[in-house]
Design a protein around this ligand. Structure first.
Ligand code: ATP
Length: 273
């Protein structure tokens, strides 16, 4: 049987309304939606459609969500995989998976291919001597570069990749004709946190006194994923207390819990360094 190339292969029903805040990033990806929907508009003037864009920003800020929304808005299939799936593979497997990925994507065009954690394969070559041999990863990266150069920009495949470590990426990935566009996805400010709460509070049964402004003020430094977590956690806390609605205190408890989790994570990171 054929090896599975993608984690997911599906039609997506996420759209730009599901992505709160990120006004600039959304505006930039809107053009990709246009390329996918009306390629002739660009090609008939001799323009070359970009092959890919790199979404750069901290964990949980909505990079995957934004990539899915591009597919949803353009109404094209979304294929995703993680760069870390390529590491620790047998010799030759990483490169051949890259080949399969491009082959299958071209068959399904127009489509979006999303590569999460591209830094796992796209780390600068030959810069980490104490990591042992990186030959296999380098082969995989070289294959990715070759495939990106080889496919026709007008084939209808757009590759979106995400990283929170653009600083360690091999410059070759960012060269013209590859991931030559970088889209920054930052942690939300107060206003954006309010908007993200707005999205994630919608499905919840709330005490009508709950206000998003208050919640946004209680959550500086939180990512969109943290906020989604707070909303879900508050529902679980209220349910445990057999309540019919989620109250302010449930949110405060959920926020404390998430802060506790974040602090633990930071402690582990600082111990590692
Ligand atoms: P990672 O770098 O960890 O892969 P990411 O940037 O890809 O993270 P997502 O996986 O897109 O982050 O976000 C996780 C979840 O957090 C989303 O599915 C969504 O529920 C919520 N979320 C994150 N950002 C936003 C946002 N801007 N608007 C609404 N929801 C968001």
């Amino acid at each position: 049987s054929k090896a599975k190339v993608f984690d997911k292969e599906s039609n997506i029903n996420v759209n730009f309304n599901d992505v709160a805040g990120l006004a600039e990033a959304k505006q930039e990806v809107e053009e990709i939606v246009e390329f996918l929907k009306h390629p002739q508009r660009y090609t008939k003037l001799g323009g070359k459609i970009p092959k890919g864009a790199l979404l750069v920003g901290p964990p949980g800020t909505g990079k995957t969500l934004l990539a899915k929304a591009v597919a949803g808005e353009a109404n094209v299939p979304f294929f995703s995989m993680s760069g870390s799936d390529f590491v620790e593979m047998f010799v030759g497997v990483g490169a051949s998976r890259v080949r399969d990925l491009f082959k299958q994507a071209k068959e399904k065009a127009p489509c979006i291919v999303f590569i999460d954690e591209i830094d796992a394969i796209g780390r600068a070559r030959g810069k980490n001597p104490n990591m042992g041999s990186n030959d296999e990863r380098e082969n995989t990266l070289n294959q990715l570069l070759t495939e990106m150069d080889g496919f026709d920009t007008n084939s209808g495949v757009i590759i979106l990749a995400a990283t929170n470590r653009a600083d360690i990426l091999d410059r070759a990935l960012m060269r013209a004709g590859r991931f030559d566009r970088q889209i920054h996805v930052e942690l939300p400010d107060l206003n954006e946190r309010r908007e993200i709460f707005n999205v994630h509070l919608k499905p919840l049964k709330l005490d009508p006194k709950i206000d998003q402004e208050f919640l946004a003020k209680q959550t500086p430094g939180f990512s969109g994923a943290d906020i989604a977590n707070v909303c879900n956690e508050s529902a679980l806390i209220a349910a445990r207390k057999k309540k019919d609605i989620i109250e302010k205190q449930d949110f405060l408890d959920a926020i404390d819990r998430i802060i506790g989790g974040l602090e633990k994570k930071n402690k582990i990171i600082s111990l590692e360094e």
